[in-house]
Ligand binder design. Structure first.
Ligand SMILES: Nc1nc2c(ncn2[C@@H]2O[C@H](COP(=O)(O)OP(=O)(O)OP(=O)(O)O)[C@@H](O)[C@H]2O)c(=O)[nH]1
Ligand SMILES: [Mg+2]
Length: 387
């Protein structure tokens, strides 16, 4: 499988355009040798705007081109001509991108949805032409002002993938296998630890056309909070997930004890962000097709007090996998695509007014059409027609 560099943080230099200068011009033409001041204003500098895009999943484009410079405004000119505004620079970023001021660390914006636009650096205003400075006592002003500088920032962009559910587990627990079983995503699966090196998002589709996104992240091991393995670097990608799914290798294939795996996972996550433990979660006992898994299950329940959902990802159509999908759906309650149920239940005031207007218009139109039709087309054989 081809691998692609996954970039989830990048520092960029955003500079909005400078405003164009005002012009100091005088009208000079045949028969108007001493025309008055006619210098136009400068155009506004272009803004730097960030726009959320669901077609992107990484900040790689900005990693290779971090200089985000919008166009400068054009200076004004004679005949009171206004300079052209600089073009805005629209920068597409994946949904889930947080934008910080790199100098102060202040969170400036959080882009969470497709099409969401945030103006990060405002273009400088255009300067004034000399036409603004004329007065009865100052009829030939040469004053004109320069365009203002645009905003300029060093910005740190951090991507936190937005998925409805996040899979957490030790390496080799079967997280990627589970994602393959429930979605069309094709993460690499292999019998060695750290097969998955980047977060991967899959979409689970249901018969009623509703869908949920599930994120698979690299495995977590003991000491991850202090940087062991790949550390907790990728946990931020499930920190926004509404449901956490613990995937435990119940067969203990790598000579591990499933109950201590589960306790370790909870401990590492609480060290990362204790509030994540309060979220709805599901515990999955994977590899239940292996005999040792059945032996370990009793012990797991006794040690942890949690009774997990048993499944085997080797049977994607099996009961366990479909029960998992159903449980996810019950917790997250996704709306079928194209459904307008909520709007239908609670029409907005605007909708109510519009529909009231519409029915009034319809009845007015019906009255008009009937009368008109009778007058204009007496040959029509309409019921109750008074001729
Ligand atoms: N017997 C059995 N083997 C499984 C099952 N699920 C996964 N495996 C095997 O377990 C190994 C690891 O599976 P992966 O899906 O790559 O595990 P992972 O949790 O994504 O691992 P990392 O990406 O390394 O963190 C592979 O050899 C799979 O074939 C299962 O239900 N039963
Ligand atoms: Mg994996």
């Amino acid at each position: 499988m081809k691998t692609r560099k996954f970039i989830d943080h990048v520092v960029v230099h955003a500079r909005a355009g400078r405003g164009g200068d005002g012009s100091g011009s005088f009208r000079r033409e045949a028969f108007a040798p001493l025309g008055g001041p006619d210098g136009g204003d400068g155009g506004r500098g272009g803004h730097v705007i960030f726009r959320g895009s669901h077609d992107l999943d990484s900040l790689i484009a900005l990693y290779f081109a971090p200089q985000l410079f919008a166009e400068h405004g054009v200076s004004g000119s004679g005949r009171k001509m206004h300079g052209r505004n600089g073009d805005d620079l629209v920068v597409p970023v994946p949904c889930g991108t947080e934008i910080f001021n790199a100098e102060t660390g202040e969170l400036m914006a959080d882009i969470t949805s497709d099409g969401q636009e945030v103006l990060m650096a405002r273009g400088g205003g255009g300067g004034l032409g000399n036409v603004h400075f004329k007065s009865s006592t100052h009829q030939a002003p040469t004053e004109h002002t320069p365009g203002a500088a645009g905003d300029e920032f060093r910005l740190r962009l951090e991507l936190k993938i937005i998925a409805d559910a996040g899979l957490i587990g030790f390496p080799n627990a079967g997280k990627s296998s589970l994602l393959r079983a429930v979605s069309k995503a094709q993460p690499q699966v292999a019998g060695y630890p750290f097969t998955t090196l980047n977060p991967i998002v899959g979409t689970v589709e249901y018969d009623d056309f509703s869908r949920l996104s599930v994120a698979d992240i690299p495995g977590i091991i003991e000491g991850a909070s202090s940087g062991v393995g790949l550390g907790l670097r990728f946990l931020k990608h499930i920190s926004r997930s509404s449901v956490l799914v613990y995937v435990v290798d119940m067969a203990g294939v790598d000579n591990r004890e499933p109950w201590s795996d589960y306790n370790t996972l909870c401990r590492e996550i609480s060290q990362y962000d204790a509030s994540m433990l309060e979220r709805p979660s599901l515990v999955l006992a994977n590899k239940m097709d292996l005999p040792s898994a059945r032996d370990n299950l009793e012990c797991f329940i006794q040690e942890t007090g949690v009774s997990p959902l048993c499944l085997s990802t080797l049977e994607p159509a099996g009961r366990g996998v479909s029960e998992f999908k159903t449980m996810l759906k019950d917790i997250l309650k996704p709306r079928p695509r194209g459904s307008w149920e909520a709007d239908a239940d609670e029409p907005t005031t605007e909708t109510q007014i519009n529909s009231a207007d519409a029915s009034a218009q319809q009845s007015a139109a019906a009255d008009f059409i009937t009368d008109e039709a009778l007058r204009q087309a007496p040959f029509l054989d309409l019921p109750n027609a008074e001729n």
